[in-house]
Every structure is written in structure tokens, then in C-alpha cells.
Design a protein around this ligand. Structure first.
Ligand code: F6P
Length: 325
């Protein structure tokens, strides 16, 4: 493709929101304009695209947002975009509005929609935006750093009261089917047990033995970080209390992990990745996912990105156990 084959670029955020999405929108808009393109913002993800909630954006449309959590464009999970009809209609709407490239800021689910649009002739470019860190092609996803810092601070607070009352606490963190938030917080908060879907064997007796053993050795609290992908923290707490005789409470951190002003790291990568997306669109690269690999921002084919796999580091998980004794 020739240089600057994109004349109009669209941008939307899709799936669960993540801190730093605004910084990514700002970067896409400003760099695309510098690259000589027009920019259209699409509200409420693919749902808004299908409803033609499309507005022109200029450099001032993205003033004063870099520090804000959430997404100024709004987001949605769109069932219609999973259907052939929905995908064809979304592509037609892009054509009608002159959108030749579409930047989709979101997770894997959002890239499936982007891939479908690319098959209808729209150049789709994904930017990894999710607190879960579960996008295989990228070492980093926008929102992860803010989410783990929010969770870490909350877990510190639960730990204070857990120690005072000599209780066991099960704290459930988000992450869908991935255990990255749990692993990072588990290590950063010095948790006694970390339960992640990638490795958990459902052996509660081992946890019970660990709690009793730690208590014998003078530990005044026992923090268990439980990943959302395992869940059932409240019933687990009841069973553990019955088996150990130690008061056990469950805390589910929930959506607070998705909000708040993005950290420096999230703003930084969101800005670089957003600008990079506008640059590759200008260069005529098509159907790519922007990603971080070996510490550098680069891009991979969207179809390849969707079949890649990512694994929790065995070493990091082993270390988390070694340090909690
Ligand atoms: O993908 C981000 C995330 O917060 C996951 O950790 C969680 O499983 C999911 O979104 C919750 O989604 P919803 O906002 O649709 O309840």
C-alpha cells in the first residue's frame, strides 16, 4: 500500500474499560491529524458504530483527558458484532462515513470484531487495552499497571485489619480467566497463598494445612489472593473457617480495579501505542495489533495475534510460594 493510504481513521474503545484508554485515544487523534488524516470518534464501542454514533474529532477534542480513568468514548460488549450480519453492517457504516482505518482499543474479544471488519475491507488496527494483561502477543496491556496498584493498596488495607483480628482473608481480584493480577499482587502484597486458574489444583486441604502451620509459627494473618477465574471466595472462606477454626473473611475487590487515574506507566505506553497505531495506518500497514515485545512497541498480524498463547511464568509462581513462608 502507498504512504498515507488512510484518509480517515476511526477510533473506538471496546470491552471492559481500562485506565489509560483516554491517553491512547488522545495519542491516536493527535498523531493521526499530524499525519494528515481526518479522525472520527465512535461512541460506545461496536454498539455505537452500529448505531452510527460517530463524531469528528480534532486536537482539542482530546484536551485534558490524559489523566482521566475510564474512556471518554464509552465502551460496550456488543453481541451483534459476533454475527455475520452485524459485521457486514458495521463495515458498511465505516464505508459510508469514509472510515478506511479503524483503531480498536480493547482486548482479544474486540480484535475478533476488528478481524471481521478487515475481511470486509476496513483496515483494522488493535491496541491492547485491558487490565487483565491477557493479550498473548503483547508483554503489556494498557490498564494493568493502574489496576494492580489499586488492588495492591486495597489489599494492604485488608491486611492491616486481618492482622489486628488475627484473621485469614481471602481477597478476590479481577482477571477473567488469567491470573496475572493475582500473581503480581500476591507477590507485591506478600500473600501467603495465591490461587490462579493456570495452576490451581482445588486442593483446599493444602491451604488449610498452610494456614494452621503458619499460625503455629506465629503468623497473625493469612492472606489468600484468589483470582476471579477461580472465584467462589465467600463459600471458600466459610469452608476454611470451619476447617481451621480461624475466623476467615472474603473481600471481592471488583470494579474499583478498573477505575481511577492511570499510572505513569499506563499513560506512557498508551501514548506510545496510540501514536504508533496512527503511524502504521499512515504507512499503509493493514490489519495489525500494536504490541510490546522485548520492551519495544511493534505490531503483529491481527489473525496471528488471535492464535498466540501466553503463559504465566513458572519461575515467578514458584518464587511467590518461596517468599511467603
Ligand atoms: O476484562 C476486564 C474485566 O474487568 C475482567 O477482569 C472481568 O472478568 C470482566 O472485565 C468483567 O466484565 P464486565 O464489565 O462485563 O462485568
Amino acid at each position: 500500500m502507498a504512504e498515507n493510504s488512510t484518509r480517515t481513521i476511526g477510533v473506538l474503545t471496546s470491552g471492559g474499560d481500562a485506565p489509560g484508554m483516554n491517553a491512547a485515544i488522545r495519542a491516536v487523534v493527535r498523531k493521526a491529524i499530524q499525519n494528515g488524516m481526518k479522525v472520527k470518534g465512535i461512541y460506545r464501542g461496536y454498539t455505537g458504530l452500529l448505531n452510527e454514533e460517530i463524531v469528528d474529532m480534532d486536537k482539542r477534542s482530546v484536551s485534558d483527558i490524559i489523566q482521566r480513568g475510564g474512556t471518554i468514548l464509552g465502551t460496550a460488549r456488543c453481541e451483534e458484532m459476533r454475527t455475520e450480519e452485524g459485521q457486514a453492517e458495521a463495515a458498511q457504516i465505516c464505508h459510508d462515513h469514509g472510515i478506511d482505518s479503524l483503531v480498536v482499543i480493547g482486548g482479544d474479544g474486540s480484535y475478533r470484531g476488528a478481524l471481521a471488519l478487515s475481511r470486509h475491507g476496513i483496515n483494522a488496527i488493535g491496541i491492547p487495552g485491558t487490565i487483565d494483561l491477557d493479550i498473548a502477543c503483547s508483554e503489556y496491556t494498557i490498564g494493568f499497571d493502574t489496576a494492580i496498584n489499586t488492588a495492591m493498596e486495597a489489599i494492604d488495607k485488608v491486611r492491616d485489619t486481618s492482622s489486628s483480628h488475627e484473621r485469614c482473608s481471602i481477597i478476590e481480584v479481577m482477571g477473567r480467566n488469567a491470573g496475572y493480577i493475582a500473581l503480581w499482587c500476591g507477590i507485591a502484597n506478600g500473600a501467603e497463598d495465591i490461587l490462579i486458574p493456570e495452576t490451581y489444583d482445588y486442593d483446599e486441604q493444602r491451604i488449610v494445612d498452610n494456614i494452621i502451620n503458619n499460625r503455629k509459627h506465629g503468623k497473625r494473618h493469612h492472606i489468600i489472593i484468589n483470582a476471579e477465574g477461580i472465584g467462589h471466595s465467600t463459600s471458600m472462606a466459610r469452608r476454611i473457617e470451619a476447617a481451621t477454626g480461624i475466623e476467615t473473611r472474603a473481600t471481592i475487590l471488583g470494579y474499583m480495579q478498573r477505575g481511577g487515574s492511570p499510572t505513569c506507566k499506563d499513560r506512557f505506553y498508551a501514548s506510545i501505542m496510540g501514536a504508533y497505531a496512527a503511524d502504521i495506518a499512515a504507512q499503509g500497514k493493514s490489519n495489525r495489533v500494536v504490541c510490546l515485545q522485548h520492551g519495544e512497541v511493534t505490531d503483529v498480524d491481527i489473525e496471528e495475534a488471535l492464535v498466540m498463547e501466553k503463559h504465566i511464568s513458572d519461575y515467578q509462581f514458584e518464587i511467590s510460594k518461596a517468599l511467603s513462608t
